[in-house]
Write a protein that binds this ligand. Sequence first.
Ligand code: XMP
Length: 517
Amino acid sequence: MKLEHIAAPEERVVVLDFGAQYSQLITRRVRECHVYSELLSYDTPLEEILSRKPRGIILSGGPSSVYEEGAPAADPRLFELGIPVLGICYGMQLMAHQLGGKVLPGENREYGKTELHVREGAPLFDGLNPELICWMSHGDLVQEPPPGFETIASTVNSPVAAMANVQKRLFGVQFHPEVAHTPWGIEILRQFLYGFCGCEGQWTIESFVTEATEGVARRVGKGRVLCALSGGVDSSTTAALVHRAIGDQITCIFVNHGLLRLEEPERVRATFDQHFKMNLVYVDATDRFLARLEGVTDPERKRKIIGEEFVRVFEEEASRLGDFDFLAQGTLYPDVVESGTKNAALIKTHHNVGGLPEKMNFKLLEPLRDLFKDEVRAVATELGLPSELVWRQPFPGPGLAIRIIGEVTRERLETLRRADWIVVDEIKRAGLYRQLFHAFAVLLPIRSTGVMGDQRTYAYPICVRAVTSDDVMTADWARLPYEVLERISNRITNEVPGVNRVVLDISSKPPATIEWE
Ligand code: XMP
């Protein structure tokens, strides 16, 4: 990963990723303590780590055992730099192992909530209760700390549940201070950061906005910037931030592919065109997209057509508007980390409407690439974007096309739009919108018999899909209250012509996916 920050906070902490599922969470928690932190792979060369000038280094947990052949190790020089280090779970075992302590291969596995006994006067635990509940998940354990270290906490099964060498500012905890099940855990991080790394907590959303605005202005100079605005929170925040930095040098293109939700094009235009007074080029390409989708029922073909057509429309518009130097994109930190460390299996061809043509030869401007989603929402609020947009649930690039099973027609789009509006409206009224990752309607291609006002009907069903998810890779169906479901069902069958039945999707992901196509 290249060091390419639009804003460059002075106070940084590096989290080295040894493969734990919680590594990103550690990074987020550190930022919650107002210290900017970055996640790097454990094998990042030391010089690169040092180029960040970290005030502290955190070693994450991981699934390995220090005794496994080829187990990931830390560069031993890391412990000699005079930079404070905190090892968490595997990170602590590694520190113990590499510095001459004794690690036992796991026979007494500890998993879940565990009682922790803290030694009197223990560093990192200042002011905390000596008996605490922490969250454990480990096989191996530290039997003896390395020379120079003292044991500062233990549990029934872990004689060394936390250890410290205060003089060298090296620390290890066997439990996970970053997870919600260790509610006081953030205090441990705070004491490490403020008490031993010398951090002052300079990383705030306001400071990010100020620095990022200056950074964008510096980088762009007198250049021109193009941005594909989808109306989602990432592209909207990107556009608003760049606009704050360089004003009219940014032009946004908003392509309406005809697959958007009810009133969406109008709202996006009202926000950017009228409220922000941005150079916004609105392209209604509905006819083109629908013509190309005629007769198409295969989900992957739909995605491909929409992706291709989008690029075509965008290129045409961009070339009509003259020369641009930069393309602004709403890339976020998890995308940067993930593409740098993992290869996700291809399940559906996701095309991001922001992911635009390489051949256009733009330089990329990605002012949000250091941020997590919740931080982007905070930036959006700071920039004055309306809360409806700030809290908008994600919407797939191919839009409603992948929620209409079978052929996409104007009539079916209209049916789905109305039903979808009702689902979201009722969920918002019930105060549940922000708790759900996604809530929407799907139009199914089968018909069933019904009766309305003594008349037999033979019409289509709407399926309600609502899920919770922390990581998008897995999701659970939301337990919506019966009263909310009842209102959704009544309103859809009464207000949406052509629908006589409402069903509920109770599948989790896996084995299902969130979208139906
Ligand atoms: P699935 O259906 O794969 O969806 O469980 C996970 C998340 O990804 C969104 N999604 C897409 N987003 N382009 C996008 O930008 C796409 O083609 C696409 N397909 C799915 C989906 O809405 C959910 O948030």
